[in-house]
Design a protein around this ligand. Structure first.
Ligand code: ADP
Ligand code: MG
Length: 288
């Protein structure tokens, strides 16, 4: 399912003294199969945009289509849309509530898949829990509250992917985790991508994560998308990112230092490509 937004606007508390326009005309196009990153400073509209994608926030201005679902159409089948667009909120572990991990993961399935038998549901829950790399037998009867932070987050993700949504949306899935925890979440998303969920869209503040992982990314600023491109093209414009108050990947920082010293590196800003290009530049220099 392709995601296409044109001129999407949204105001919280309209017609009140507290009105605040969160989206001021968002244009974005995310193809089926992408591993798409969203970056931007706090308050730039990222979460508001994401919540439009499965109609948690109803469209009030502009155009938005997700696959064949036209979200401006009042007759749009929102329940069906939500079964195809899974949403993992920020700090999703706070939304775990059931007595056991198994019941928690099954909750979403019960809502969306009334056609499945109890056996089929249990099998799907087991598969989802194993997909997020947890031991089903060991964990299924535990209370979610007994688990570690990283395990809780995995259980929360399992509870969303259990319905096998075509599109998986995650709002800062790695927030608050240590570097190893972050890497594990990225590995997990890659394992889900292409199999369980065709398209992945996620918000991140970690520019290295975006440079290393994404097919393309969008930069939000003040309620609009100001860049939408491959990480290679986005991080070429590191001056622009810095002027927007954003960070840049370590590779882009190093490339800037080298440039000051007269060495221009053409890289896609993944660490592997960067090192290969730096070594080639030095070899060429040594030869000359
Ligand atoms: P981001 O996810 O990029 O940090 P948000 O979409 O959360 O941005 O917020 C965009 C703007 O909308 C901000 O100015 C924020 O203060 C405002 N906003 C977000 N949620 C609410 C809300 N529930 N009520 C009022 N204003 C909100
Ligand atoms: Mg947010």
């Amino acid at each position: 399912m392709r995601i296409l937004a044109k001129g999407l606007t949204y105001t919280y508390n309209p017609k009140s003294p507290f009105a605040s326009q969160a989206l001021k005309g968002v244009d974005i196009s995310i193809d089926e199969g992408e591993f798409f990153g969203i970056i931007g400073h706090t308050g730039s509209g990222k979460s508001t945009f994401l919540q439009h994608l499965n109609a948690l926030i109803r469209l009030t201005g502009g155009f938005l289509k997700v696959g064949e679902y036209d979200l401006s159409d009042k007759k749009c089948n929102f329940l069906e849309l939500r079964s195809k667009v899974g949403m993992v909120f920020q700090y999703p572990e706070y939304q775990l509530f059931a007595e056991t991990v198994e019941k928690d993961v099954m909750f979403g399935l019960k809502n969306f898949r009334k056609d499945m038998s109890d056996e089929e549901m249990k099998a799907a829950v087991k598969e989802a829990i194993e997909t997020v790399d947890l031991d089903y037998e060991e964990i299924k009867d535990k209370s979610p509250f007994e688990l570690s932070g990283g395990q809780k987050r995995r259980v929360a993700i399992a509870g969303v992917i259990v319905t096998k949504p075509e599109v998986l949306i995650l709002d800062e899935p790695a927030a608050g985790l240590d570097p190893l925890g972050k890497k594990e979440i990225m590995d997990l998303l890659h394992a889900i991508h292409g199999g369980w969920c065709k398209t992945i869209v996620f918000v991140s503040h970690d520019m290295d994560e975006i440079a290393e992982n994404c097919t393309r990314a969008a930069v939000f600023s003040d309620g609009r998308v100001v860049m939408e491109d491959t990480p290679a093209e986005i991080f070429k414009r590191s001056d622009k990112l810095i002027s927007l108050g954003l960070d840049i990947p370590v590779t882009a920082k190093c490339a800037r230092i080298l440039k000051e010293r007269g060495i221009e590196i053409e890289t896609d800003f993944t660490s592997e490509d960067f090192i290969v290009k730096v070594l080639a530049a030095y070899a060429a220099k040594a030869g000359a």
